[in-house]
Design a protein around this ligand. Structure first.
Ligand SMILES: NC(=O)c1ccc[n+]([C@@H]2O[C@H](COP(=O)([O-])OP(=O)(O)OC[C@H]3O[C@@H](n4cnc5c(N)ncnc54)[C@H](OP(=O)(O)O)[C@@H]3O)[C@@H](O)[C@H]2O)c1
Length: 281
């Protein structure tokens, strides 16, 4: 039995924790308001921005997954969630007698700023500018330089139960879409399975891109959803309506490294994932 802490145990962390607990591991979920965690995840009420609150962490922890999300789109929130919080947690772990055996940081594919629809993988430059990707990259570096057996997982857009933004967009449509713009995604349950997989690898790579098998054009996804929902098809935005000054990220994220390490998605593309989602509501 492994003792695992999920720091920032929200949607993805809870899905992971439930899976790990079902395998017989002892799982703690750390968050400020842990009251709604399922019974199989032990609650830890703590605030990653307040180092003194983190002393509630139990001893003898084997593995840690850092999955906190920023509370809002501001430099302060991002710095707290991905820089200060990581630093505080690492400082606490350094005081413990037994080093953790695996540390995972949940990051985002938004650290890439490729704009030509090209394929990107873990070797591609990750040079997006702005407080959000810069905070994420700082957190990644803290984790990778921690001295523990560590890995970073960069997820693309997460969808799943309760995360139905695109469905609502189509239902309130017709939605607008940008011709030629690729989108990348992964189902919430596959996120949990990626993290579970990386926890179990004996020698993980430093970075994994967590995405399904098929990046898809935004217009194609919205058109498919509109068809499935019986809604009007999306309206492609005219070239003149687009902000030509804005270098919009447009890339196709590859999951080849994850797949060659032995992971397979339950939902290999948006059709499989959204079909399951639509059937469940
Ligand atoms: N949304 C996407 O499409 C996407 C894409 C790529 C990557 N990601 C990343 O995936 C990760 C997990 O996302 P998610 O969807 O599971 O997020 P989520 O449901 O919002 O969960 C994040 C959890 O972090 C906790 N948290 C926030 N600030 C905290 C603090 N100061 N101290 C302790 N806990 C704190 C929150 O709980 P309390 O409020 O109770 O503290 C919340 O439950 C995040 O790093 C996110 O950036 C998301």
């Amino acid at each position: 039995m492994t003792r695992i802490v999920i720091a920032g145990c929200g949607d993805v962390g809870t899905a992971l924790g439930v899976r790990l607990a079902a395998e017989g591991h002892e799982v703690w979920g750390l968050k400020r308001n842990p009251g709604t965690l399922p019974d199989t995840i032990r609650p830890l009420a703590a605030d990653l921005s307040r180092p003194e609150s983190l002393t509630v962490l139990p001893g003898g922890i084997d593995q840690v997954v850092y999955a906190a999300a920023a509370g809002g789109y501001t430099p302060e929130n991002y710095h707290m969630a991905y820089v200060d919080g990581v630093r505080h947690l690492l400082a606490l772990l350094a005081q413990r007698a037994e080093p953790v055996q695996r540390l995972i940081f949940v990051s985002s594919s938004s650290v890439y700023d490729q704009t030509a629809g090209e394929w990107v993988d873990e070797e591609s430059p990750a040079q997006a500018r702005g407080f959000a990707p810069e905070s994420l990259r700082t957190g990644e570096q803290y984790i990778l330089q921690s001295g523990y057996s560590a890995a970073v997982v960069r997820f693309a857009g997460i969808y799943g139960p309760g995360r139905t933004y695109l469905i609502r967009k189509v239902q309130s449509g017709p939605a607008c879409c940008e011709p030629g713009l690729y989108t990348n995604r992964i189902h919430r349950d596959d996120c949990a399975r990626v993290l579970q997989h990386v926890l179990g690898l004996s020698e993980p790579a430093p970075v994994y891109l967590g995405v399904d098998d098929h990046p898809a054009l935004q217009c194609e996804v919205l058109a498919w959803l509109a068809g499935a929902l019986g809604c009007p098809p999306p309206t492609p935005t005219a070239e003149s309506d687009r902000d030509r000054n804005r270098a919009r990220s447009n890339k196709r994220c590859s999951n080849r490294l994850l797949r060659t390490s032995g992971w397979t998605p339950i939902y290999p593309d948006y059709r499989a994932g959204y079909r399951a989602l639509l059937e469940s509501v």
